[in-house]
Design a protein around this ligand. Structure first.
Ligand code: GLC
Length: 447
């Protein structure tokens, strides 16, 4: 695939790159511990005690419609909720266990409430499901040491997935996690995917279905053990990193400094940083799934809501530079910001507004017909030669609270010049030889 070209996407998946931005929700009884979603393992907590507390967990302020309203105001187009995390507690009415929000204290089917409210708000609906269940010895023992226990556990997992995809209407995304340390073969992931496709022909499945070979993981990745299959699933999920993958992909990121589940004393990333992650993902041709860990009582933390709404306000004005865009790092622009691309438009997302009233862009080969500052609708004056575009007459003050965006309307799909098609330390160095020859006289004595 050529850089800047979107992969061939089947019709039912087109909404996904169109959406570009979703909400990841990590919520379960671990929220009460306020030390992240993995507290059970990380602190080696007493299993029975954890379970007693989980069964008594009874959030009173969960209002799925309020969550959905924040997602809509935030400009998100879909969401993914943890129906079950590695602690094994289920937020839906599973017939296969009594460790659920329906049978324990809440007596509510949180998944049903979530699906209904998010769908009603016009959002696409995704379900996260952890294959791992840390309470089950066979999960740790694995198929070789405990073949029978493993087979029973795996049947339980497959059965729960079938429940989730049979009982809640159309589900747009199923998001697996926790395949480690077993391979796709051990999980029988191929056989898991088949009925999913029958039950939900339009669903998108992520690729954390277990490594195809236990030793086979994406080299150089920040998080090596997410159990990615190279053959199963419809999209990739780079975690804590924004790395372009060959097909559809979505970077999942925390909105805080540390953990996915609710954590006391958490530090929040600024709206500008979160927006920058969205812009970077879109600019590289992927989605951002931005996480929030609701409180034990069931509310979205206020700092998250503030940030989501600030980004949502930005998207009302500048959303055309995000939704449905293709990988757009067309030319050199690192000094000012990032780029996205849609049709004949190139969007300049200006991270650094330098107060000179001008912006320079090097290496755009395509002619620009018109330039517009989206924040004000102002048409921007410019000059362009074969190497440079100079925008002039811009406001000295940054015209919006978050990154201003300039739409360059070109007379064809934006393309870089030959030298700018590769970045500084990439590509064929010989492309620059002629350019170097244009030097003046003072090179060194004798030359
Ligand atoms: C990891 C973690 C988990 C989190 C997930 C999100 O695999 O185990 O806690 O839910 O990533 O991508």
């Amino acid at each position: 695939m050529q850089r800047n070209e979107t992969p061939n996407i089947s019709a039912h998946a087109r909404w996904f790159p169109q959406a570009r931005y979703g909400m990841f929700i990590h919520w379960g009884p671990y929220a009460e511990h306020a030390r992240g979603e993995q507290v059970l393992f990380r602190e080696h907590l007493d299993q029975a005690e954890y379970e007693r507390r989980a069964c008594a967990w009874n959030p009173q302020r969960f209002d799925a419609a309020a969550w959905a309203a924040t997602a809509v105001r935030g400009g998100m187009k879909y969401a993914v909720l943890t129906t079950r995390h590695h602690d094994g507690y289920c937020l839906w009415d599973s017939a296969l266990t009594d460790y659920t929000s329906v049978q324990q204290a809440p007596k509510r089917d949180f998944v049903a409430e979530y699906v209904e409210a998010f769908r009603a708000a016009g959002l696409r609906v995704g379900l996260y499901y952890s294959l791992a269940d840390w309470r089950v010895p066979a999960y740790w023992e694995g198929p070789r040491r405990d073949p029978e226990g493993w087979a029973a556990f795996r049947a339980y997992v497959h059965g729960q997935v079938r429940e989730l995809l049979s009982n809640y209407g159309t589900i747009d995304v199923i998001w697996f996690d926790g395949a480690w340390p077993q391979s796709a073969a051990e999980w029988k992931s191929g056989q898991l995917v088949e009925p999913i496709r029958q039950l939900q022909p339009e669903i998108l499945i992520n690729n954390r279905l277990g490594a195809d070979d236990p030793a086979d993981d994406v080299p150089g990745s920040v998080v090596p053990s997410t159990g990615r299959s190279r053959h199963l699933g419809d999209f990739g999920t780079p975690e804590h990193e924004i790395r372009a993958e060959a097909g559809l992909w979505e970077s999942c990121q925390v909105s805080t400094w540390r953990l996915w589940g609710y954590t006391a004393g958490e530090q929040w990333r600024s709206a500008e940083l979160l927006l920058d992650m969205l812009v970077e993902s879109a600019g590289k041709g992927g989605n951002l799934l931005l996480n929030v860990g609701p409180t034990p009582e069931g509310e979205l933390p206020a700092p998250f809501v503030e940030r989501a709404e600030a980004i949502g306000r930005w998207l009302v004005v500048n959303g055309e530079a995000i939704y449905g865009v293709e990988a757009g790092e067309v030319c050199e622009f690192i000094t000012c910001g990032r780029q996205t691309r849609k049709g004949d438009n190139l969007y300049l997302i200006v991270r650094f507004w330098d107060g000179t009233g001008t912006i320079r862009l090097g290496g755009l080969a395509t002619r620009v017909r018109r330039a517009v500052l989206l924040a004000s609708g102002q048409e921007v004056a410019f000059t362009q030669n074969s190497d440079h575009l100079l925008l002039t007459g811009l406001p000295y003050e940054r015209p919006s609270a978050l990154f201003p965006v300039i739409r360059l309307e070109c007379d064809g799909p934006p393309r870089p010049t030959a030298w700018a098609a590769d970045r500084l330390w990439q590509g064929d160095p010989a492309r620059m030889t002629e350019w170097a020859r244009q030097r003046g006289e003072s090179v060194w004595v004798g030359r």
